[in-house]
Design a protein around this ligand. Structure first.
Ligand code: FES
Length: 154
């Protein structure tokens, strides 16, 4: 059985036929749509490395079945910058050293963009840490991440 879906990814309409209803959005992005910026960490909803926005809300793409996304709008890390101009959250991560090895950074940034859009971030470090608690950083660059989210919120 095949499952045709049509979704918008980073502003481009993508028509895809899935051969398997169990394909996750994460695998669709990385393996079919050549968008490897979204990272696979745990592949079970525990690390946040795979965070993207669906219709403006942050989700773990490893837990989301692509077949459920017909008509959805997806934004990945590749869709944030405007040409050579970094998105303000990306710029804040650079400015505040909000990363070390960088593997979790796309997920951290997408989660921060979603958190700020939700209006719950503020600049209080405790609130930011709580709002970003679904995104793990094995290098423990949390101070820089928190500063970056705070800066980007201002
Ligand atoms: Fe999706 Fe870890 S790869 S939460």
């Amino acid at each position: 059985m095949s499952y045709p879906i049509s979704l918008t990814v980073n502003g481009l309409r993508r028509d895809v036929t899935l051969e398997d209803a169990r394909v996750t959005l994460l695998d669709l992005l990385r393996e079919r749509l050549a968008l490897p910026g979204t990272k696979k960490g745990c592949d079970r909803g525990q690390c946040g490395a795979c965070t993207v926005l669906i219709d403006g809300r942050r989700i773990n793409s490893c837990l989301t079945l692509a077949v459920t996304l017909d008509g959805a709008e997806v934004i990945t890390i590749e869709g944030l910058a405007n040409g050579d101009m970094l998105h303000p959250v990306q710029a804040a991560f650079v400015e505040q050293d909000g990363f070390q090895c960088g593997y979790c950074t796309p997920g951290q940034i997408m989660s921060a963009v979603g958190l700020i859009a939700e209006g719950h971030a503020g600049t209080d470090p405790e609130r930011i840490r709580e709002g970003m608690s679904g995104n793990l950083c094995r290098c423990a660059a949390y101070h820089g991440i928190t500063r970056a989210v705070s800066d980007a919120t201002r």
